[in-house]
Design a protein around this ligand. Structure first.
Ligand code: ZN
Length: 118
């Protein structure tokens, strides 16, 4: 039978674990929201490029430079999204291979897809 002190310690450990899990959940949710916002910005740019293409087709204007600028912004946003995914993976104990981008278990030494050292 557990002593009163042991019961208190168990309750404290349970509270600590719950708090830790809640913090983890909140942090993961924040990163997921950040990803959603970045993807929304990308979608807006893609929509804008579609509008530009249409307007250019109507007016005959050259929009090559504008599109290049828009695609550069899309690439920058994608880099931020990739970093967010990496943060999520590391929060889950997983690691992404730098060569092939496969997601591996946190304790893996070699990539399960390409075999490179992680
Ligand atoms: Zn790999």
């Amino acid at each position: 039978m557990a002593t009163f002190e042991e019961m208190i310690l168990r309750a404290r450990d349970a509270a600590y674990t719950t708090e830790k899990k809640t913090t983890e959940f909140v942090n993961k949710t924040r990163v997921k929201l950040e990803i959603a916002q970045l993807q929304k910005q990308q979608a807006a740019i893609f929509e804008g490029v579609g509008r530009l293409e249409y307007d250019a087709a109507e007016s005959g204007e050259d929009i090559t430079a504008l599109k290049a600028e828009a695609f550069e912004t899309v690439r920058d946003l994608q880099k931020k999204i990739d970093k967010c995914h990496d943060r999520l993976y590391s929060m889950s104990g997983a690691v992404r291979c730098k060569d092939c981008a496969a997601v591996n278990d946190g304790d893996a030494v070699f990539c399960k897809k390409c075999g490179k050292t992680l």
